[in-house]
Design a protein around this ligand. Structure first.
Ligand code: CTP
Ligand code: MG
Length: 221
């Protein structure tokens, strides 16, 4: 059976609401509740572990496991993994992505099972043209081939041994990692993208919060 780790221990500084972002009210409930509900509708998930700010462990609902997160996202993932009973594969999901649907988790799990890979990660094809600039930060050096660019999201699904190995990286690498799959790539592991869409947005700013609110209300949630 799979274990799901929800990382919700961030401070939400860019949102600036004065409280942990995962606990901010979104379409009538705490942002975190949307991810928990989605994961409760994924049949393969037998355990949900939530990394929370140390003073907020009471925010985890009954039937989930709460653990204090770390100072970086990767440390929060590691703390949650250690607190889990041992499920394999491991789903890692950001509480900051409240719009992820059960079907996306299921497709990531199915791809991990079907293909010879260490991780299967939700990602959306990039719609913008992306240019790379020189060291001066302004002069355009090249235009990247958009057909091969994907904007990475969560959920990210891992074979447990691969994630454990990745999270054993030195602290400075863990601190530099903006996603867990990067740690697997660095170590030569095979990571596959699972097609998602931009609707699985990450709430970072107040604008994102407003868009997420509209989309969730439109769903009738
Ligand atoms: N996260 C975490 N532990 C940390 C940092 C982040 O569990 N030490 C989680 C956040 O709660 C969020 C996800 O990782 O669900 C993605 O991080 P981000 O969007 O950066 O959220 P915050 O760190 O809360 O926001 P900010 O960077 O604006 O403070
Ligand atoms: Mg952050």
């Amino acid at each position: 059976m799979a274990v799901a780790l929800i990382v919700a221990a961030g401070r939400g500084e860019r949102l600036g609401s004065g409280r942990p972002k995962a606990l901010v009210t979104l379409a009538g409930r705490p942002m975190l509740a949307w991810s928990i509900e989605a994961l409760r509708n994924v049949a393969a998930v037998s355990e949900i572990v939530i990394a929370l700010p140390a003073g907020e462990l009471g925010a985890a609902p009954a039937g989930t496991v709460a653990v204090a997160g770390g100072t970086t996202r990767s440390e929060s993932v590691r703390e949650a993994l250690h607190a889990s009973a041992g499920g394999d594969p491991v789903i890692v999901h950001d509480a900051a992505r409240p719009l992820a649907r059960p079907a996306l988790f299921e497709r990531a799990l199915a791809d991990l099972e079907q293909y010879a890979c260490d991780a299967a990660i939700a990602a959306a094809p990039v719609a913008d043209t992306i240019k790379q600039v020189a060291d001066d930060g302004r002069t355009v050096q090249s235009t990247l081939d958009r057909a091969r660019l994907w904007a990475v999201q969560t959920p990210q699904v891992f074979r447990r041994s691969a994630l454990e190995g990745a999270l054993a990286a030195p602290p400075e690498l863990l601190a530099a990692a903006t996603d867990d799959a990067w740690l697997i790539e660095r170590a030569g592991g095979v990571v596959r993208v699972v097609q998602s869409d931009p609707g699985n947005l990450k709430v970072t700013t107040l604008t994102d919060l407003h868009v997420a609110e509209l989309l969730l209300r439109e769903r009738g949630g």
